[in-house]
Design a protein around this ligand. Structure first.
Ligand code: SAM
Ligand code: SF4
Ligand code: SF4
Length: 380
């Protein structure tokens, strides 16, 4: 069947959530909380909007996210105060890194206000958080300085190619690549550190952009990361034959720009690191590094320390989960901070999720194409 004829049934997974009861037993935060597979809670991703100005076919295909698509109403969204209050409880349990995402997070009005509130949080050891954001870069040229001034530390920009025609086709709203590149430069000028560029690689669509992208970002201080096209959500019509395994990405690089493997820099890191080699064949730090995120071919569930908070306050324990745990009803009810912390602890302690590790052995209605929440709703 040709691609365009595929009919993708859409079930609104946003409506399916688990009611979170106020726990009878308190669990006081100690700064270290393990799930049932002994994975600590360290990383919180917060989706601040389910809207986006791009229509990347692997995430928000136009056929589904059209003019009739029902985005969340304003009153469903967590307010900045609600987000900060919840984030504070996650931090008390050991979260050290917060990533704002979406949808397109820079579409959320006054995002700088939220960033300033989150930047004021401290870990139980009194340390500031690693506060970062993932963006499609379209509004970054205008906003980079304000974000930095508000307390943002780092930024990750998604960019799927340098070829303008390919990029316009992939974002599907005819957005020019030059404007995203200008956004990246603005982020550098604003002093945002450790800038990363994420490229989703789709075999047959943008795999010929791998080497040009690597050449462009080598020796710039920016780390390019290649992401395997994933079966997230239920609308992108994912097929395994469109996944280019990271091993093939590395092979392409080796042929033109030799790289050597590097040690992971942090536990639970999603990307495998490779450093550009100098003339002596060893890593030359002045040339920088690239990363590969092999979510499909090499699952990293064993060290997954990430929780996701949806735009309307549902806690998801996995990118591929089909149900969230409703925290909004608790904060809009009468829950105290201690009760919120206990509820989060009970949910995380019961976590068994490891979708990628199980992907190939799952039944068809749970595996690829199964009922899952969209990435634009829980954030990448
Ligand atoms: N709109 C922002 C952006 O594009 O950076 C933030 C949200 S987006 C959902 C977060 C990340 O998920 C982006 O880097 C995007 O490329 C990635 N992503 C979305 N759908 C994907 C898929 N099917 N496979 C792999 N990565 C995906
Ligand atoms: Fe928008 Fe990001 Fe999804 Fe592309 S990947 S449609 S930019 S949310
Ligand atoms: Fe974590 Fe789920 Fe991804 Fe595994 S599949 S790494 S548990 S988000």
């Amino acid at each position: 069947m040709p691609m365009t004829d595929r009919v993708i049934p859409l079930i609104d997974q946003r409506l399916i959530s688990l009611k979170t009861a106020l726990p009878a037993q308190h669990v006081a935060p100690t700064g270290l909380l393990h799930d049932s597979l002994h994975r600590p809670l360290r990383d919180l991703r917060i989706s601040v909007t389910d809207r986006c100005n791009f229509r990347c076919s692997y995430c928000m295909p136009k056929s589904v996210f059209d003019k009739d698509y029902q985005y969340l109403p304003q009153q469903s969204l967590l307010s900045f105060e609600e987000i900060t209050r919840l984030a504070g409880q996650f931090v008390a349990h050991g979260v050290q890194k917060i990533r704002l995402t979406g949808g397109e997070p820079l579409l959320r009005k006054n995002l700088e206000v939220l960033i300033a509130q989150l930047a004021a949080l401290r870990t139980p050891e009194g340390q500031p958080l690693d506060l970062t954001l993932t963006t499609n870069g379209s509004l970054l040229a205008r906003k980079a300085k304000g974000l930095k001034d508000a307390g943002l530390n780092r930024v990750t920009v998604s960019l799927d190619g340098l070829d303008d025609a390919i990029f316009r086709q992939m974002n599907d709203v005819d957005f020019p690549v030059a404007d995203v590149l200008a956004g990246i430069e603005a982020a550098q000028r604003a002093g945002l550190s450790d800038i990363k560029v994420n490229m989703v690689v789709k075999r047959g669509t943008n795999d010929h952009e791998i080497v040009p992208m690597a050449r462009h970002f080598r020796a710039t201080g920016i780390t390019l990361r290649f992401i395997e096209y994933m079966d997230v959500g239920a609308t992108n019509g994912w097929r395994m034959d469109e996944v280019l395994p990271s091993a093939d990405v590395i092979k392409q690089l080796q042929a033109e720009l030799p790289v050597v493997p590097l040690e992971p820099s942090a536990p639970g890191e999603t990307a495998q690191r490779w450093g550009y080699a100098g003339a002596d064949g060893a890593h030359d730090p002045s040339l920088g590094e690239v990363g590969v995120i092999s979510s499909v071919t090499q699952a990293f569930c064993g060290t997954c320390n990430r929780a996701r908070l949806s735009t309307e306050g549902q806690l998801y324990l996995c990118l591929f989960a089909s149900q969230g745990h409703d925290l909004r009803s608790l904060i809009r009810g009468s829950a105290s901070d201690a009760q919120l912390a206990s509820a989060i602890a009970h949910i995380w302690q019961g976590r068994t999720d490891r979708y990628s590790a199980l992907r190939s052995s799952l039944p068809a209605d749970v595996g690829a194409g199964g009922r899952r929440v969209e990435m634009s709703y829980i954030g990448g």
